[in-house]
Design a protein around this ligand. Sequence first.
Ligand code: TMP
Length: 267
Amino acid sequence: MSSRRRQVYEGKAKILYEGPEPGTLIQYFKDDATAFNAQKKGTINGKGVINNRISEHVFTRLAHIGIPTHFIRRLNMREQLVRQVEIIPIEVIVRNVAAGSLTKRLGIEEGEPLPHTLIEYCYKDDALGDPFVSEEEIACFNWASHEEMQDISSMAIRINDFMCGMFAAIGIRLIDFKIEFGRIWDGDFSRTILADEISPDGCRLWDIATGEKLDKDRFRRDLGGEEQAYQEVARRLGLLQDDNTPGEVFDMSAHRSRLRTSPKPKK
Ligand code: TMP
């Protein structure tokens, strides 16, 4: 089906196709996984199906609290219809707990709660390795206006507050995540909306009880059990229930020693 459509862009984890109407795109989720600026490449079986579902769920719930997003509707197992945006070339990283590059850069121990939520910006450029940039540099090179940065930072904080609660309710600690925004033009005016995806590819999610990693760090650090971890997040969000769509619930027993799960907390 997708082969007949015009491909607009291929990224590391997704492909964008022309949508059925002007101003729309079809976002196709691949199983491909990369890390360390694509120096490490692999596949996580079924990841595209799970991320499509998780991202649909998170974007839909964010829309309910008034965050404007590019998501229109899910089309099938691996595809969703989205609004076409002009992507703002900034990766917005929100951190609650020290992990990943922050621990390396500042020598802070992984798992250390931060005194307050941090927002960081990286310039989206694979050739440069998505370097860390200051707000002054963003303004200087006109990657985003002052007003856009205000919208972006206030939405990032609201998204973080909402997602911390959403994940805490299913026994998951939201350590950090990356989001991207885009512009929608209406004549000379533009609006900033949430774009891309929100999934275990771009979030650090730790089990509250055991500290087990339920995200792409399993792939980055060769911990194994990445498929089961992504499934577990979807299962706890209530996205893989009786009929097991979008796929079988994996038997976790093979990974129990490395990936313990905690029961869903009582409401
Ligand atoms: P970092 O600790 O490697 O800077 O990553 C912070 C968060 O952002 C983590 O949840 C992973 C996510 N992230 C991406 O989704 N894509 C990227 O290219 C990078 C560097 C991080």
